[in-house]
Structures are given as structure tokens and as C-alpha cells.
Write a protein that binds this ligand. Sequence first.
Ligand SMILES: Cc1cc2nc3c(=O)[nH]c(=O)nc-3n(C[C@H](O)[C@H](O)[C@H](O)COP(=O)(O)OP(=O)(O)OC[C@H]3O[C@@H](n4cnc5c(N)ncnc54)[C@H](O)[C@@H]3O)c2cc1C
Length: 494
Amino acid sequence: MNNININSKRVFFRNDRSPNPENGYVLYWMQANRRFQYNYALEYAVGWANKLDKPLLIYEELRCDSPWASERFHHFIMEGMQENLDYTREHQLNYYAYLEEESGAGNELVYSLAENACTVITDEYPVFIIRDRNRKISQELNIPYITVDSNGLIPLGLTEKAPYNAYFFRKIMQQNFIDCYTHPPQKNPLRQLENQEKITFRDDLLEKYSQAEKHLKNRDSFICNLPINHKVMKTELKGTRQAALGKLGQFIQYGLPKYDEKRNDPDENTTSGLSPWLHYGKISEYEIVDAVLDHQPKGWSLDNITFNNGSTGGFFNGDPNINSFLDEVITWREVGFHFAHHEENYDHYESLPDWALETLQKHKDDPREYLYTLEEFAQSQTHDEVWNAAQTQLREEGVMHNYLRMLWGKKVLEWTPNPESALAYLIELNNRYALDGRDPNSYSGIFWIFGRFDRAWQERPIYGKVRYMTSKSTRKKVKLKQYLKRYGNQKQLL
Ligand SMILES: Cc1cc2nc3c(=O)[nH]c(=O)nc-3n(C[C@H](O)[C@H](O)[C@H](O)COP(=O)(O)OP(=O)(O)OC[C@H]3O[C@@H](n4cnc5c(N)ncnc54)[C@H](O)[C@@H]3O)c2cc1C
């Protein structure tokens, strides 16, 4: 597909089948990046449709049998799907939404839609059910199944092995930043679509589609009957692209100017809060980076960038707040994607670095002063006020401040019988409650607690040489008064 101007390191041919030009359309299955703008995979699918002179069918689904499916995530995703439905109606695009009502009922749908497709293009995503589905389905279809990486700025195919720390990845990022940034995804790839024919469906498919339209309108009554977790309730955050863009605008105005100095203070609320929308792909990392760079001081240009061999400060130059934010959203966000892309067992305890496995093993039987069960953790029932407040924010609002998230994880390691159960508890708590959970960054954040991407520190009980944090020093280091007032006194739910 040399007529489509996308870095080949973003494109993965998952089988070696040839397109079937007799079939009716090109199928784009929107799995991870649920947006129509700045989306390389969609752009690539439009390129195929134009090349074959076929219409494009965009398919988006929501399954009720996904691990950790709950009211919280269903509301968030369905709000986004309603927005996508409205957009495609307004622009007369072929969009097929599907909402699964019984566990397993949707297994066959993508195969039914693929029956009439010349080729399938979908999102490359290195973790969770999307990774496994892409592997399985690509082998079962007799048409090409191509995954395209629209996750970040640095293409996943550009790294050759799993980066073992942020410094290693930052070096690669710095070497490639200008090239990647100056070859952005198109803002509106669907404007390039040539064949605008309306696709007609079999009666059974039409029936499923009209059910989905109805359910999107009656979200509450649809969701309340599904076989999903009804104890994890919806939050005030809306899962739309519009909400994501609003959040970005607010952050640039109020948070960014103080980001470098105040980002660790829970009371200050200076971080972007964008991770839920980044997770569901409602907003692209490129457009965040672009909007932020637009606020560099007058006179700044890409010529001011200086390669500094992987160090944090002084690469972007200009405003230190921008430098600090871009290091989080590019380096720290993407190191997790690249790690999972290369590491088959990204979510297994054994994938920790050798030094961490060794030291945690040595301290496995160290006595623990406090031990809690999973549900005691879940309901904020520890002896520690700061920990309980952080967990309450996560349980009630689906988000947690980054600095407290580190402390939160470290304490679970300390208060469980062994590191393997601590890991299992953290994955469960994070993915059960966090809107941004089930993401490559869920695993990089959680595994960081146990030493991934970090180095050895002074040896102590339980942690061994893994980095240690305490609520006492957190209280001294960051501003927490308002935070504790807000989340510290909430009624416990047990
Ligand atoms: C135990 C633990 C679990 C975590 N689980 C998740 C998770 O499930 N999903 C998730 O997206 N992040 C996770 N993180 C990383 C980080 O806490 C969040 O990305 C960040 O708090 C999101 O808030 P924000 O959008 O306001 O971040 P901002 O500070 O505004 O940063 C902007 C974006 O940069 C990225 N980012 C920022 N900090 C980090 C970081 N330390 N690591 C990776 N990416 C970062 C995120 O995409 C974030 O949205 C976890 C960290 C820890 C320690």
C-alpha cells in the first residue's frame, strides 16, 4: 500500500491472505482508538477503500463478557459510541454499532461482517483482550487482517526490544521525535474517502444494529439488565471526545502553567486528568503534544530541540512545564506500550527484572505488620488514612492522583503475604475501578511498584532493594489537606 503515507513501522500484516475484490466493502474495526480524528488505522483503512474503490464500513462494539466489565465502563464507552453514531449520521458514513446483551453472543459478529469485506483493518494494541483477539481472528479469516498502531508518537515497530527503563526509551524517543511529530496522522481522514455508497446489511444484522441504536438512547435501562458488575457504578466523567477536548483545553489554561512544580500535589489538581480518554482512544497523543507545544514561548521552534542522550531536562527547551508534561505523556506513556509490544508475558510476575525477582524472593518471608484481604483493600479499610483516601477516590470516582497511585501500590506490596498476591490484588483493584485501567500503562504502573523500569535502592525488610515509600514522608512532601478532607471522611461501603 505505497499510496498511503503511513510509517510502515506502524503497520502489521497479521496473515498473508490477499484482498477479495469481489466483496462489498473495506472493514475498519475500531477497537482501541474509538475516534474518527488523528487516527492512523482509520486513515489506512480509507486508503485501502480508495485503492479498491469500495465503501468503508466502520464497526464498533461493546461486549458484556470482557474482564472487569461494569456499569462504570459501559456508561463511559456507550457515551462515546452515541457520539460516534451521531457523527456518522451527520456525515452519512457507514457505521455499525453492536452492543452485546448476553455473554458470548457477539463472538460471531465480526466474522459475519468480515464475510462481505475485501480486507479488515483494525487497531494494533499490545495488551488485554484486543491483543489476543487480533492474534486469533487474523488466523481464521481468508482475507488480509492488518493492525495499525495509532497509540502514540513513536511507532511500535521502531523499537527492537522491550525497553528496560525510561532512560533507554527516552533516547529512542529523542532521536525520532522530530520525524514522528512532523508526520502526524490526518486530522480528518474520512474527508479523503472517495466511495460514499451506502452499505446494505442482511436482515439479522440490521436487527442487531437497530437494537444497538435503541440501547444507546436508553443507556440506564439497557445497562441495568446486563451480566456485568453492577457494584462499580458510573462516574461523572463523560466518555465523549468532546469531554476529552474540554479537559485538554482546561488543562492547558490552568494546569500546564504550574505542572512542573505542582504536579505531585493532590490538592493542586494540576495534572491533565486525560488518562481515561487516552485509554479509550477518544483523543490522540499527537493532538495533545501538538496543542501543548503551541504554548511554548514566542520564538520557540523545533530547531530549539536538542538531543541530550536520554536525560529528562533540556530536550524540548522553552517552558519547563511543557518539558515536564511531555516527558510524562510521551516517554512514560509510551515506554509501557513498547514494553508490552515486545514482552509476551508483560502481565506475569516473572517478567520483572532479575534483580527485583531476586530481592523480592529473599524478603518473601519477612514478617508483615499489617495484612489485608482484597476486599478490605477495596473498601478502604486499612489503618492508613492517606491510603484509604486514595482508594476511596479510585472506587468512587474511577481515577487516582499519580503521586498517590505510587504510594497506594507500594503499600499493597507491604501489606499482603507475598509479592505475587500483592501483584494480583493491584491488577484487580486497578482494573476493576480505574477508568484508565486495562491499559499498557496499568501494567507499567503496577509493575513499577515491584521494580520494572526502576533501579535497586537501599535494602530494607519486605521490599528488599525495590524502592520504598511511606505515607508519613508523602504527607511531608506533598499538599494533601484538601484531598484528605474530601476523600478521607467518606462513609465506608462495607
Ligand atoms: C500503581 C500504578 C498504577 C497505574 N495505573 C495506570 C492505569 O491503569 N492507566 C494509566 O493510564 N496510567 C496508570 N498509571 C500511571 C499514572 O499514574 C497515570 O497515567 C496518571 O496518573 C494519569 O493522570 P493524568 O492523566 O492526570 O496524568 P498527567 O500527569 O496529566 O499526564 C498526562 C498523561 O501522561 C501519561 N502518564 C503520566 N504519568 C505517567 C506514568 N507515571 N506512567 C505512564 N504514563 C503516564 C498518561 O497517559 C497521562 O494521562 C499507574 C501508575 C501507578 C504507580
